[in-house]
Write a protein that binds this ligand. Structure first.
Ligand code: SF4
Ligand code: SF4
Length: 478
């Protein structure tokens, strides 16, 4: 709450940029909420507080008839974090992972098998015939249930993964029935997601996907055979999987099922990114566009190969620039809030710990029932689970995000984008630098893509306003 005597300051972390004549995009990285567009008047009000100013003195600059509007805009800028009641601190402060009692949701990578029909060379799973037994499934689901009850959670998500989980459709169905029955009558939302390579389809799978709260995500490496099939070939025939996946996606859509596309862009597939996004949005799908974390798709000797990140990043910047430019065309009408996620970046909700739910509310249950922090660390920690998985989670990842505060040298805490990027993937960082919470090797890409996405967002907001004939509104939001 602010009153007329409140001293206000502009946030030095705010991003304000002119994206069209007299139209500015505004974004505050350390405040909840997405970018918005404002007129010159909004920027002028924002700038009144550059050196600190009481609300009263700022309003006295307006004549009587404009004072109410100035007050409304000042309050709006304050709510959006662009104005603050104290000068902007020199650095951000990182925080320790939240304690289990503060957490209200649990997301589980449920690693039901290790087998896969594709033989992608970069895959982090050691392919073998081992799979989760029914006994381990039951014990693990019981633990998920006891955690949800003990911690009074609001929601639980099970992500069936492997290997290729659709090779174990009967196991997924069994888990669904078992857990749904266990949770019946409880006020806890239950979601199921299948993380698939998209090559397998049958009636049983389609029927499963039509059930309540079940979704499917399909991984693609790029667009077209020349890109996707570089690595994604069938083990037995060595043939590419692209055509089959496209047919399967069409069939899913015919059945009213919209898969979520998890695209991982590498140096090899970067040139096809514009085609990929064009296809995704023309087809009415949603996506996460991720960037491979290791140059040349291999982790081998990564500490000696740091210099290779430059080429990877240059390729990514050029590919994403082409994709954004294409999508800025008015023929693409995107649901801005949901259509596209970029890597692990979070624009809507700032984070001061890690970019993902590692060590907090995301856990991997391996096929042997033991725990890992995330899919990239499968079989590395092998933590024994307890009946309170939210406590066990912390044991899977020993790094402390708060340690960043001790660093005297310039680090992510000195970066305006810290709450959006939070240093990127901590496992990637630890592999390359030995520390989880360091400046990411992909930093130059993040430093490009974050403001680029905000500007893109602003352009799409303006287009929407034009279509609705609302372009003269002082503030345009989604
Ligand atoms: S990795 Fe780079 S962009 Fe991300 S928070 Fe650190 S300094 Fe900022
Ligand atoms: S640590 Fe990295 S790979 Fe693992 S969940 Fe987080 S962002 Fe993803």
């Amino acid at each position: 709450m602010i009153d007329f005597n409140t001293q206000l300051y502009t946030s030095e972390r705010a991003y304000v940029n002119e994206i069209a004549n007299g139209k500015f995009v505004f974004f505050s990285p350390d405040n909840k909420g997405l970018p918005f567009v404002g007129e010159l008047k909004v920027k002028q009000i924002y700038e009144r507080y550059l050196n600190g100013q009481t609300l009263l003195n700022a309003l006295l600059q307006d004549d009587l008839k404009n004072r109410n509007e100035a007050l409304r805009l000042t309050k709006y800028l304050f709510d959006k974090g662009l104005l603050r009641t104290s000068p902007t601190p020199v650095r951000y402060s990182a925080t320790e992972f939240p304690a289990p009692e503060k957490i209200k949701s649990l997301s589980t990578w449920f690693h039901i098998n290790n087998a896969c029909n594709l033989g992608c060379e970069y895959c982090f799973v050691n392919k073998d015939k081992s799979k989760m037994t029914r006994e381990i499934m039951k014990q693990s689901l019981d633990r998920i249930y006891s955690t949800a009850i003990f911690r009074d959670l609001n929601s639980v998500t099970i992500k069936f993964a492997g290997g290729e989980p659709t090779l174990s459709i009967n196991d997924m169905l069994w888990c669904y029935d078992y857990l749904t029955e266990k949770f019946s009558g409880k006020k806890i939302q239950l979601h199921f997601a299948i993380l698939s390579n998209g090559t397998i389809q049958n009636e049983k799978l389609i029927e499963f996907l039509k059930r309540d709260n079940v979704g499917i995500s399909i991984s693609l490496d790029g667009f077209g055979e020349e890109s996707h099939d570089i690595h994604r070939n069938f083990v037995k025939t060595k043939k590419g999987s692209w055509k089959i996946i496209m047919n399967n996606i069409e069939r899913l859509i015919e059945n009213g099922i919209k898969p979520y596309i998890m695209a991982t862009i590498s140096e090899e597939s970067a040139d096809t990114l514009p085609n990929l996004v064009e296809w995704i949005f023309k087809t009415g799908l949603r996506t996460r566009l991720s960037v491979v974390r290791q140059p040349n798709s291999t982790w081998e000797n990564i500490q000696e190969r740091k210099h290779e990140y430059k080429k990877l990043i240059d390729k990514m910047i050029s590919a994403f620039e082409k994709a954004f430019t294409l999508l800025e065309h008015e023929r693409f009408d995107l649901n801005l809030k949901y259509a596209m996620n970029i890597c692990e970046l979070h624009f809507e909700q700032p984070s001061y710990t890690a970019t993902c739910g590692i060590a907090t509310n995301h856990i991997v249950i391996q096929e042997d029932g033991k725990l890992a922090s995330c899919p990239m660390t499968l079989k590395e920690t092998n933590i024994e689970p307890t009946d309170d998985l939210l406590s066990s989670i912390r044991d899977t990842f020993k790094f402390n995000p708060e340690k960043r505060n001790e660093g005297k040298e310039k680090n992510c805490l000195d970066c305006n984008w810290f709450p959006v990027c939070t240093s990127g993937c901590p496992v990637n960082n630890s592999r390359v630098t030995g520390e989880a919470f360091t400046i990411s090797p992909l930093h130059d890409f993040y430093a490009y893509v974050i403001p680029r996405y905000i500007n893109f967002y602003g352009h799409k907001l303006l287009q929407k306003a034009d279509k609705l004939n609302m372009q003269n509104k002082t503030i345009i939001l989604n």
